[in-house]
Design a protein around this ligand. Structure first.
Ligand code: HPA
Ligand code: MG
Length: 236
């Protein structure tokens, strides 16, 4: 009896990303169901859908534990469209599960949706446009959780956070499903919570796109060079 508390050691869920090593090239495609229209364009399955779901469930549990302390104040969950929509939907739904199943704590939420346009052809400026939210002044004095699909260079998130800070939210937390381990330069932003750190490949699936293709793919996959060429858009 006296030992029972020892057996209940705190299980602390990691807020930092699960690292996918460079040496891991992904799973062969023929072990998975994949849409016919993308099969020739992909190299491998880097993170299967089921693993993505498991990690999101763990993140939801960690975020719930960390952020429920603000009740009865709402947490504004902000979806960064389009790439973040699947992650946002699954994360919010898994936090709702925590709310439904626990009687000792709760985390009320409200939902907002934005799109961010960054000026990709002019990386020297960190100018961004926020579109799709009616009134950012609603953030005043509120707790904000920004829900993003991937942080690559970090430039967009630094600019977005700076922009949102102008509306004086009480707190800002950032959760990104993926962070990229860049070969060329360090990423300039570290999110509060992250699902996976991925090698420096272009990844698609689970709402992450390449020129609007591959959002309709469940697994996180690495593209073949031929796929990158096939869906390339000539600009200018
Ligand atoms: N995949 C999809 N979108 C992205 C990526 C990526 O690897 N990096 C930045 N945006
Ligand atoms: Mg994109």
């Amino acid at each position: 009896m006296a030992n029972s508390s020892k057996n209940m050691e705190q299980h602390h869920i990691e807020s930092s990303p699960l690292v996918i090593q460079d040496s891991f090239e992904g799973y062969p495609l023929n072990y998975f169901n994949l849409p016919l229209h993308y099969r020739d364009d992909l190299k491998s399955v880097l993170i299967p859908y089921g693993l993505v779901q498991d990690r999101i469930e763990a993140l939801a549990s960690r975020i719930f534990s960390d952020l429920h302390i603000h009740i009865p104040e709402q947490l504004i969950c902000m979806c960064v469209l389009k790439g973040g929509y699947r992650f946002f939907s699954d994360l919010v739904s898994k936090i709702q599960n925590e709310n439904r199943l626990r009687n000792d704590r709760s985390l009320p939420m409200s939902l907002e949706f934005i799109r961010v346009r960054s000026y990709v052809n002019d990386r020297s400026t960190d100018a961004i446009d926020i579109i799709g939210i009616s009134d950012l002044s609603s953030l005043n004095n509120k707790h904000l959780l920004i829900i993003e699909d991937i942080i690559d260079t970090g430039v967009t998130m630094v600019a977005l956070k700076k922009e949102l800070e102008k509306y004086n939210p009480k707190t800002i937390h950032v959760v990104s499903l993926f962070t990229k381990r860049r070969k060329d330069k360090k990423c300039i932003f570290k999110p509060d919570y992250s699902g996976f750190e991925v090698p420096d490949h272009f990844i698609v699936g689970y709402a992450l796109d390449y020129n609007e293709y591959f959002r309709d793919l469940e697994h996180i996959c690495v593209m073949k060079e031929s796929g990158i060429t096939k869906y390339k858009v000539q600009d200018g």
